[in-house]
Design a protein around this ligand. Structure first.
Ligand code: TMP
Length: 245
């Protein structure tokens, strides 16, 4: 497979065209940003770790009937994906209160939600990815009502699957962000990545509120040992996946 021009460079990935018009190559970077790129740094090995974790999770999700953009992973930090048009919506699912939910509602960190909360944010860096209401989402024509129903249903299904998967890793899935795209047939596919960059993951057996953090909050909040946490998550994912095969 020969790789062609760079199509797009985001904060965490570079997308390249390939020989096949419907196939793109995603190259996962070690670069890390937070707070809308106001904080910048690098997490050594992150690209390969996030790509490997995402690849395994996409394969697991495909196996239970959830359609994703994943094709294969030709190198630890590279993923071949189906070309999709990304919906400009960040879909966040929350099981436990943390992050912006606590800042904006006053709910204490760690509050277990009675049912998962699905939220939509406008994927727009210039505007700082603001929280959307459904009315604003439709006003901006970011998705159709049918697409919103589809992605909400998929997000809840993915949450059920991932909560169970991470539980097998000894990890509590606090919240996470998903992105969806449309393929050439207008079919909704799960896209982007699922990794410690896009999930809040707490070590279930660790009571200490800082030591339990195994995700990008270690970088966001300067908690230290960022690489160790990402490595730990990768090892646990591989162990669980390998035990199923
Ligand atoms: P939040 O509490 O900051 O709104 O984040 C909710 C979840 O979404 C959390 O798991 C981190 C993830 N997330 C991203 O993947 N990208 C982002 O740009 C932001 C702000 C959050």
């Amino acid at each position: 497979m020969s790789v062609h021009s760079k199509l797009y460079e985001g904060k965490a990935k570079i997308l390249y065209a390939t020989d096949a018009p419907e196939v793109l190559l995603a190259d996962f970077k070690d670069d890390a940003t937070a707070f809308n790129a106001q904080k910048r740094g690098s997490i050594i090995g992150k690209g390969a770790i996030n790509c490997t974790i995402s690849s395994r999770l996409f394969q697991q999700l495909e196996a239970v009937g959830i359609k994703t953009h994943f094709i294969d992973s030709p190198a630890p930090n590279q993923m071949r994906v189906k070309a999709v048009k990304i919906l400009p919506i960040e879909v966040v699912v929350r099981n436990i209160a943390a992050g912006s939910l606590c800042h904006q509602t006053g709910l204490p960190v760690g509050t277990v939600l009675k049912q998962p909360l699905v939220e939509f944010y406008y994927k727009n860096d210039q505007l700082g990815d603001p929280l959307l209401t459904r009315a604003r989402l439709y006003l901006m024509e970011l998705a159709t009502a049918e697409q919103v129903e589809t992605i909400t249903h998929l997000a809840l299904q993915i949450n059920e699957f991932l909560t169970n998967f991470w539980q097998q890793c000894g990890i509590t899935l606090v919240d996470f962000k998903l992105e969806f795209g449309l393929d050439s047939q207008q079919q909704v596919l799960l896209a982007d990545e699922i990794s410690p960059d896009t999930c809040r993951l707490w070590d279930t057996a660790e009571p200490d509120s800082n030591r339990r953090v195994l995700d990008k909050d270690r970088f966001r909040r300067d908690l230290g040992n960022v690489e160790d946490a990402y490595q730990e998550v990768l090892q646990r994912v591989l162990q669980v996946v390998d035990s199923k095969n």
